[in-house]
Design a protein around this ligand. Structure first.
Ligand code: ADP
Ligand code: MG
Length: 251
């Protein structure tokens, strides 16, 4: 079946999903990952990267990643590499995030699901392990922000798809299927309100047969309904821009 067109445009969507792994302690330290503790009571010296501390891999996190890879027919790398992704942000005061770049633990694989009567398959590029950052609190203070580093160092699996989806409905169905899967195999509690499962939607449009258009990325979608609304809005906005003669800027 061919992709549905909107005003003559084909929609192209790829997803990056952060699934918080159901480990009792953090990915590189023994600090607790329990949700809802008093700010900064669960941030250890390792999570803060204080001088003299060294990260020690949480075996359970690797097992969770491997379980997803096995469920999706991926290649499991016998050896994978961690890297420092350097950026400063108030919720990442140590200045870098430990992530995987060159050799992620899970490579390839696919997610299949039904969209109405039609079977859809979305290919994965990779799923890599990384640590979460802290959290900025903008509502509790006047004229300044608070930083809670309890979440810093929480184990995440970032699951990246190829740009295989061709409609909002397909993208939401993919996200629901992935959500079902990670909770069923027990690697993520799936609590979207608490941010345990959050999606970044990369969206572009093109005329059929044309090369891929420029993508714009909507980050941290934590409800299926908002996901639907945000992607629909983005598609309409991009088509309007192009019809008005403007080029899409990556953003
Ligand atoms: P980054 O971290 O810079 O966003 P990644 O490679 O991790 O880069 O993720 C890129 C995501 O964008 C993937 O899910 C990919 O499928 C998707 N993508 C790439 N090109 C397009 C495009 N033209 N339209 C829509 N999605 C795209
Ligand atoms: Mg991205």
């Amino acid at each position: 079946m061919s992709a549905p067109l909107i005003q003559g445009y084909e929609v192209v969507i790829g997803f990056e999903t952060h699934a918080q792994l159901a480990t009792a302690s953090k990915i590189f330290s023994r600090a607790s990952t329990a949700f809802g503790a008093e700010p900064n009571t669960q941030a250890s010296a390792v999570d803060l990267a204080l001088p003299g501390t060294l990260p020690v891999m949480n075996k359970k996190a690797v097992e969770c990643a491997i379980r997803l890879g096995l469920a999706l027919g991926s290649h499991i790398a016998p050896e994978s590499i961690f890297a420092r992704k350097n950026y400063f942000y108030p919720d990442l005061p140590k200045g870098y995030q430990i992530s995987q770049f060159e050799i992620p633990v899970v490579q390839g694989g696919e997610v299949s699901f039904l969209l109405g009567q039609e079977k859809k398959t979305v290919r994965l590029v990779r799923a890599h392990l990384e640590e979460d950052a802290g959290k900025s609190l903008h509502e509790d203070f006047i004229g300044m922000s608070g930083i809670d580093l309890n979440r810093a160092g929480t184990a995440l699996l970032e699951i990246v798809t190829e740009p295989d989806m061709r409609s909002t409905e397909e993208a939401v169905a993919y996200a629901k299927e992935l959500h079902k899967l990670v909770t069923w195999i027990g690697i993520c509690d799936g609590n979207m309100q608490e941010g345990s499962f959050r999606c970044d939607a990369n969206v572009s449009v093109r005329k059929p047969g044309q090369p891929l258009g420029t993508r714009r990325e909507i980050k941290n979608l934590n409800s299926f309904r908002y996901m639907q609304q945000a992607i629909d809005y983005e598609i309409r906005w991009q088509i309007e821009q192009i019809e008005d003669g403007h080029a899409i800027q990556q953003a």
